[in-house]
Each structure stands twice: as structure tokens, then as C-alpha cells.
Design a protein around this ligand. Structure first.
Ligand SMILES: [Zn+2]
Length: 302
């Protein structure tokens, strides 16, 4: 492999609890072909394999059309993984995967090396490589999507803990008494208040108290975090309340982790809404700096 060639690519796959995305990138981080589809709702891990293979094949075909070739595949999943063996240990939002040798299955199907990693760990390293944490050595990274992922980098090294599952900040209990039950089995986890799933749940629960909310015009089944985000930007009281609540819980967890790791404030907007939409909005309104979603919600109203 010529590592500097733009024609020799890695296909990076982001397997989320809701969306499955793949993109061809080169060694310098340039992104070429992209594919987005839905993550199958299934009890069979094989269905997940089929979906990932289809996304990679589509990227590969588009790359081949301009003479580029795939050298390897990286797959990130919303859960704990054993990087060495390519086994998914835990994935509350994709229940078919725990215990499954995902990397081996994909290597057999695609006939190329496949590296498996936790999505938040990959996001943390990506932010240090090309993103908001380029000049930082100690960071925490939270990924706000279907769930809340977390990663810790200490003095430049990804901290995996004794069993490879460190950094699950999404399962920090922020409401231990009477909190909402989490898929991990605990109650009151950050994830049940600050994920996209939580945003939708809290908005649905608040509809009865906010008769004039614009969210009433959206069919319940079509209520998404992205649409709630849009309503918050437009000043809808219910949507703002939901983001304020999510921001408060996020602030609790982030303050705790800051006491542990003493990282510097740096925000990169991902998840909840389309990243481009979120980033454009945040940068336009707050010069890219916002401490919590609660701050964001307050500033959105201005
Ligand atoms: Zn949990």
C-alpha cells in the first residue's frame, strides 16, 4: 500500500443504533464517497453483517469508478469491543451484537483486514487528529446519538481501562433516585436524558403540558431529535425545555469528569441534529463555543 496515495483508501464504517454510515477516506483524512442507510432492527447479527457489507461494497464500487481501491475497513460500534479479537462485548442499542465476532465475519465477507473499535474512542482520536482537540493531549469525548458514548484520552493515550471498556460516561448515573430505566440495566444514566432517544422521549412526555408547542404539528411517529432541535432554534418552549434538561444532566456528568481528568473546555458539535446543521448554527450564534446544551438552548432563543 502506498500510504500517501489518494487512490488507496480506507472505508470507515459508523454503525450507529439508528443509522449506518460509510465513507472512503485517505491517509490525510480526506473524505470521498459516502453512503448512509439505516441500521437493521434485527435479532440476528448476520443481518448487521449483510448491511455493513452492502454499504462497503457501494463505497468500493464508487471508488473503483474513479480508479481508487479499498485497502482495509474500519468499523466503529456503539458499545464496548475487544479490539484484539474483534468481538463486540456490549452494545445496548444493538442487542444482536454482544459476543459476536464482528471483525472476523466482515473480514471473511470482504476479504480485507477489518478493524473494530468503540465509536466514541474513534471519535476522540478523530477530534485529536483533525477536529476540535487538535492541540490537546487530555480530553474526554462524548458522542450524542441514539445513546451517549464516551472516551477518555489521558496525556495522548486512549484509556481503555483493565478490560477495554473504560469511558462509558453515558452510563454515569445522574439521577439515581427515581431515574428513568436505562437499557444497561441501571437507572438514571446520562444516556436516558442526553441522547437523541431521550430528546424524543422527553418531548413526547412534555406535549400534554405544552398545548401551544409547534411539535404538536408533527405526527408522534415522525418526531425526531433533529426536528426538535429545529423547533428549539425557532424558540419553541417545549423543545427549549427538553434541551435545557438534557444540558443540565450533561453538565453534571461533564463536571464530574472534569474533576477526574481536568481537561480543557472544547466543544465539537455532533449528533442530535445533522452535524453540518448543528455546527453552522452553533458557530453562527456562539462562535463555536458553548458549555452545555442548556447554554445552547438559552442562546438559541436570543
Ligand atoms: Zn445505562
Amino acid at each position: 500500500m502506498n500510504p500517501n496515495s489518494t487512490n488507496h483508501l480506507i472505508c470507515a464504517v459508523d454503525l450507529g443504533g439508528t443509522n449506518l454510515r460509510a465513507a472512503n477516506i485517505d491517509r490525510d483524512g480526506r473524505i470521498y464517497e459516502r453512503v448512509r442507510t439505516s441500521t437493521p432492527e434485527t435479532e440476528k447479527a448476520e443481518d448487521i453483517v449483510i448491511a455493513i457489507v452492502a454499504a462497503v461494497r457501494e463505497c468500493e464500487t464508487e471508488g473503483l469508478n474513479r480508479g481508487a481501491q479499498l485497502q482495509a475497513i474500519s468499523v466503529v460500534v456503539p458499545g464496548s469491543v475487544q479490539v484484539g479479537t474483534g468481538v463486540v462485548v456490549n452494545a445496548p442499542n444493538i442487542p444482536s451484537l454482544p459476543g459476536f465476532r464482528l471483525a472476523s465475519a466482515l473480514t471473511a465477507a470482504l476479504d480485507r483486514p477489518v478493524l473494530l473499535e468503540n465509536d466514541a474512542n474513534a471519535a476522540a482520536l478523530g477530534e485529536m487528529w483533525r477536529g476540535a482537540a487538535r492541540d490537546c493531549k487530555t480530553i474526554i469525548c462524548l458522542t450524542l446519538g441514539t445513546g451517549v458514548g464516551g472516551a477518555i484520552v489521558l496525556d495522548g493515550e486512549l484509556w481503555r481501562g483493565v478490560d477495554g471498556t473504560a469511558g462509558e460516561i453515558g452510563h454515569t448515573s445522574v439521577e439515581p433516585y427515581g431515574g428513568v430505566k436505562c437499557k444497561c440495566g441501571n437507572v438514571g444514566c446520562l444516556e436516558v436524558y442526553a441522547s437523541a432517544t431521550a430528546i424524543v422521549r422527553m418531548a413526547r412526555e412534555g406535549l400534554a403540558q405544552h398545548r401551544s408547542s409547534s411539535l404538536h404539528s408533527i405526527p408522534t411517529a415522525e418526531l425526531t431529535s433533529e426536528r426538535i432541535y429545529g423547533a428549539a432554534v425557532d424558540g419553541d418552549p417545549l423543545a427549549l425545555d427538553v434541551f435545557r434538561k438534557a444540558g443540565a444532566y450533561l453538565g453534571i456528568a461533564m463536571a464530574q469528569s472534569r474533576n477526574d481528568c481536568h481537561w480543557r473546555w472544547r466543544l465539537s458539535c455532533m449528533g442530535f441534529a445533522r452535524p453540518t446543521c448543528a455546527r453552522r448554527s452553533y458557530e453562527a450564534r456562539f462562535s463555536g463555543s458553548c458549555r452545555t446544551l442548556s447554554d445552547c438552548a438559552r442562546r438559541m432563543r436570543r
